[in-house]
Design a protein around this ligand. Structure first.
Ligand SMILES: Nc1ncnc2c1ncn2[C@@H]1O[C@H](COP(=O)(O)OP(=O)(O)OP(=O)(O)O)[C@@H](O)[C@H]1O
Ligand SMILES: [Mg+2]
Length: 478
């Protein structure tokens, strides 16, 4: 008979055959020798016993070898196939139990793997940078936020510099010594200064990969910058108010004292007082306007606005200040609707930009105001409405341009203040534009004039009122 199992090694095979057939063979031999059995049938019986015992030994050893191989595979994580039909019933039971055990082991392993993956997915997705340190304080793992924060692989110097920071190293020492979470604040000066708030958490017992410490970072750079900006803003605002106020107080004292009987000086001083009071009024109005716009910045405006009509009205209202600088204003207005829009706020944008062009432009300057509809994307701008204010004034040096929209930022504070400026105009424009989900673009170079472009969501107006010409250029001269 051809058995499905490999031929077992000789020594165990002989031992097993002897164990099975030894006693009956010996008994037969003895019976034959003592004359109790006929030699012929006894020899036949002996042959049968030997054949049966070797066959049984081979089946037995083969089954055990197969079971051992299956168990070895199971230990390596493979679920064994059901045992090949063993001829020993108890071996079949053992084989089945082994297969069940292997299956449940494999299931448990899969579960552990799923849990491990879920854990690392959570850690990986956390928005705050997180590091795991080993017992020697070297980083074992970092989540995606930490990798972004410290720079991708190859820029490990950053992590090392961070761990060497005295504040952080101290917190790590304390966490290990006291076995309690610690916090530390640190400012990393390179490559860009960053303000970090750090939690160091000891892990007891350690993680499976040997992790002993968890470091969670919170980047407070922006929050601190905002705090500083707020503090600067209050300081700037009070400084701007204090200057005209001291001047008013000074002149009032002079009027009451040395200049009490001098009507000519009195009239002059009253003029200055009125001018300074007017400056304070403008400043307060701008500050209140700015905070009103800021308060509503997160909600989109409700209505819509005919930008060409607003532009025409604001251009007409500019006549007196155009006259003070002998400047002229050319209009090129296409009918356009900005939507959603707050017409009052858009009028303020127009006013601030036109005022800047007049006040910071040149004497007898040429100012341009245009409203155009972008039907297709152009110059990196999506379809929408484009407002443009140009002047041929002295222009602005490149390094000032990114800062123009900061509150109180003035290229030449003395000149702007003399012209009645508070340095809030462009900050207001920027807030209004971002409230309208628009874009403010400033192009300028010294000696080449300045162009302010405001892109806003909107489209062409289907018709324009008959009373006014739809498209310029029309010229208002001062
Ligand atoms: N068209 C322009 N040409 C040259 N410089 C300009 C122009 N517009 C703005 N600036 C510069 O930008 C600065 C900031 O402008 P912003 O409108 O915010 O303040 P301001 O005009 O000085 O005061 P106000 O709050 O009264 O508008 C100005 O002080 C000026 O230096
Ligand atoms: Mg201004």
């Amino acid at each position: 008979m051809r058995l499905p199992w490999p031929r077992p090694p000789w020594a165990p095979f002989l031992r097993a055959s002897l164990l099975i057939g030894g006693v009956p063979s010996l008994a037969l031999l003895l019976l034959m020798l003592l004359g109790y059995a006929d030699p012929g049938p006894a020899a036949l019986a002996l042959l049968l016993v030997v054949t049966a015992s070797t066959t049984l030994a081979r089946i037995w050893l083969g089954t055990l070898a197969q079971l051992a191989a299956d168990l070895r595979h199971a230990a390596e994580g493979a679920v064994p196939s059901l045992p090949r039909v063993p001829l020993l019933p108890s071996a079949a039971l053992v084989a089945e139990a082994a297969a069940r055990l292997a299956r449940s082991l494999a299931e448990r392993e899969a579960l552990v793997e799923r849990l491990r993956r879920a854990d690392s997915a959570i850690v990986e997705a956390l928005p705050d940078p997180l590091l795991v340190l080993g017992a020697d304080r070297s980083p074992l793992r970092a989540n995606a936020a930490a990798r972004r924060f410290f720079g991708e692989a190859g820029d490990a110097a950053d992590t090392a510099a961070f761990l060497r920071h005295p504040g952080i190293a101290g917190a790590v020492d304390r966490a290990l010594a006291e076995r309690a979470p610690q916090t530390a604040e640190a400012v990393l000066p390179v490559p860009v200064a960053r303000d970090l708030s750090t939690h160091v958490i000891p892990l007891d017992p350690p993680l499976a990969d040997g992790g002993r410490l968890l470091i969670v970072l919170a980047d407070r750079t922006q929050a601190r910058a905002a705090e500083r900006m707020r503090a600067d803003f209050v300081a700037n605002a009070s400084h701007e108010l204090r200057t005209p106020l001291s001047s008013i107080i000074g002149f009032v004292e002079t009027l009451r004292g040395p200049a009490a009987g001098d009507p000519e000086a009195g009239a002059r001083f009253l003029g200055i007082i009125a001018e300074q009071a007017e400056r304070m009024r403008r400043l307060i109005e701008d500050l209140l306007g700015l905070s009103r716009i800021e308060m509503t910045e997160h909600q989109a405006p409700g209505g819509e606005a005919r930008l060409d009509e607003l532009a025409r009205a604001e251009a007409a209202a500019m006549a007196p200040i155009l006259a003070t600088r002998n400047a002229s204003l050319a209009l090129d207005l296409s009918p356009a609707i900005v939507t959603p829009a707050d017409p009052g706020q858009l009028a303020q944008v127009l006013r601030n930009l036109l005022e800047n062009a007049v006040r910071h432009g040149r004497e007898r300057g040429q100012i341009g105001l245009s409203v155009a509809v972008l039907a297709a994307p152009r110059d990196g701008l999506a379809p929408g409405v484009l407002l443009r204010v140009t002047d041929d004034g002295p222009g602005i040096a490149r390094e000032h341009i990114p800062r123009l929209t900061e509150r109180f930022y003035r290229v030449d504070a003395g000149r702007s203040r003399a012209a009645g400026g508070t340095g809030l105009g462009l900050a207001i424009v920027k807030h209004i534009v971002s409230h309208h989900r628009g874009q403010l673009l400033i192009d300028s170079a010294p000696g080449e004039g300045t162009t302010f472009r405001v892109w806003l969501p909107g489209h062409a107006a289907s018709s324009s009122p008959a009373a006014q010409p739809a498209v310029g250029p029309a010229t208002l001269s001062g």
